[in-house]
Each structure stands twice: as C-alpha cells, then as structure tokens.
Write a protein that binds this ligand. Structure first.
Ligand SMILES: C[S@@+](CC[C@H](N)C(=O)[O-])C[C@H]1O[C@@H](n2cnc3c(N)ncnc32)[C@H](O)[C@@H]1O
Length: 275
C-alpha cells in the first residue's frame, strides 16, 4: 500500500468518528487565554492561518489537505477568497461536495498534493493545516508549494512536529508509535521545515512553536470520545477491537498528550513567501 493509500484508508475508515468527535474541522484549536470554548479556539486557529497567509478578498488560495473543506469554505465566506482544496480521502471529498450543494467555490479535488496537476504560479497563498506530516518526500512537497505560488505569494503550514531535543527513548516510545498509528511517514522538527522551505527557494521563512496554545485540543477530544462511548457502538468497537486496522489511533491520542507534556511532541507554524 502506498502512503497516499494508507492515509486515504485511515480517513475513510475513521470518517464517522472524525465527524462526530472532531467535527468538520479536523485540526487543533488555538487558545489565547485558555478560557475559550473549543469552537472559538477552532475558529481562532483558522483566523491565525488566514491572517498569516494575508488572505484578502479575491485572493486565490490552495488548501493542501483540506479535510472536509471547512477551512476552505470559511475562507470563501469570511475572506472572499477563491479556494481550491485537495484531499486524498474519498469520504471527506464526498462530504465536502455535499456541504457545498453545487457551489463551485471552493473547488474540492480528490487528489494528492504530490500529483496535483495545478498550474505554475496560480495562487496568492498556499495553506496546509496538519497535512504535510502525512506526506512522503517533503522536499517535493515544498517544491510544489513554491511552484504554484505567485511571486510574493504566502505559504502557511501548521503541523505536528518532533521536539528539537527528543531523546531516543522518546522517539521509540512516543514519536514512532504516533507516526505508525497516525499514518505519518515521519515527524520533522520546526527547523527541518524551515530548511525544507528555504531549500525550495522560499524566503522570509519563519517558524513558531505554538504548542502552548493548542495542546488543550486533546483533553477536549478525549472527553468527547469518552462521553460518546456508552451510546456509540462503532466507537466501542474501535476502542476494544485490537484487530481493527485503525485501533492504534486510540492509544495515539494518549501518546500525543504525553508527548506535549514531555516536549517530545510539538506543534508549529511555518510562514514563508515566494520571492
Ligand atoms: C488532519 S487532516 C486535516 C484536514 C484539514 N486541513 C483540516 O484542518 O480540517 C489531514 C488531511 O491531509 C490530507 N492529506 C494527506 N496526505 C495528502 C496528500 N498527499 N495530498 C493531499 N492531501 C493529503 C488528508 O486527506 C486530510 O484531509
């Protein structure tokens, strides 16, 4: 099975759980004070990306790994952008199209970023929220970001990361299983991402560790899952059936929390510009 197929299978198999537990946005929230409600934190993360990507009315935006298309739709509705989103999950694509009800903006494609077929210099901004960590060949991933951006265009990447100083033990006990169960070929550090962006020819490369603002996502997700258990037979099956192909996702949730607490696992934002 290729990496793209493994990721597609993961999101297709867990489709119903993602929608019921995470909702239509399959990404962390961003807490400024720590007192916000989860929906406010979800919106804050999208606003953070939109602002960093300098998305204004009429901007052409590519949403790499768009999930159910919720961020793409938000950028159209709230910022007046023209958005193209890509996902490799047929289930996500189907739901995204159903939510659009025939509207043509955003345009949601069932297609891999590594084989995107998009024209050169077609976008004012490329955003990738928690998708690049699923992809192999990150040098090519960044080269594609550079290729489709217009000169002056912005790249904003939010992603799961390895801590800069993760020990061998932390890699073995936390990061390697997170990669295996989350269908991630590897976890890069923020510095790795910055180097990849610079090597692809991007300028104004800036990385920011925002773990302190986002880690609260996981207690929220765990609590939602636990609350659903008594009434959700499929979720109970996922939790209890060790032979379920995506069973590891449950323990991964706990490993991510331990990873944040021990700084082995991090979450960061990379911004860059095509010169
Ligand atoms: C954690 S979800 C994030 C979804 C979305 N960005 C959001 O914030 O709701 C990861 C997404 O990356 C997408 N993805 C993973 N590998 C991909 C690839 N090679 N090309 C395009 N999308 C990919 C998956 O299909 C999925 O939609």
């Amino acid at each position: 099975m290729t990496q793209v197929e493994a990721v597609a299978r993961h999101y297709d198999a867990l489709d119903v759980h993602y929608r019921e537990i995470w909702g239509e946005h399959v990404h962390h929230g961003y807490w400024r004070s720590g007192r916000e409600r989860p929906e406010q934190a979800t919106r804050a993360l999208v606003e953070l990306v939109a602002d960093a990507a300098e998305i204004r009315a009429g901007a052409r935006v590519c949403d790499v790994g768009c999930g159910y298309g919720a961020t793409s739709r938000w950028l159209v509705a709230e910022r007046g952008a023209a958005v193209v989103g890509l996902t490799v999950s047929a289930a996500q694509h189907r739901h995204a199209l159903a939510d659009l009800g025939g509207a043509e903006n955003p345009r949601i494609l069932l297609r891999s970023w590594l084989d995107n077929g998009l024209p050169d210099q077609a976008f004012d901004a490329v955003i990738a929220i928690e998708s690049i960590s699923h992809m192999e060949d990150r040098a090519r991933v960044m080269a594609e970001c550079h290729r489709v951006l217009v000169p002056g265009g912005r790249l904003v990447v939010l992603d799961w990361l390895a801590g800069e100083g993760a020990s061998r033990w932390q890699r073995r006990a936390l990061l390697d299983p997170i990669c295996r169960d989350g269908r991630l070929p590897e976890l890069n550090t923020l510095r790795d991402y910055a180097r990849l962006a610079a090597t692809a020819g991007l300028t104004e490369v800036h990385g920011r560790d925002i773990s302190a603002h986002v880690w609260r996502t996981w207690p929220v997700v765990l609590a939602r899952g636990v609350r659903r258990l008594p009434s959700d037979r499929e979720l109970r099956r996922l939790v209890l059936d060790r032979s379920h192909a995506e069973h590891g996702f449950i323990t991964m949730t706990v490993r991510v929390l331990v990873g944040y607490a021990t700084r082995a696992f991090r979450y960061g934002m990379l911004t860059a510009r095509r010169a």
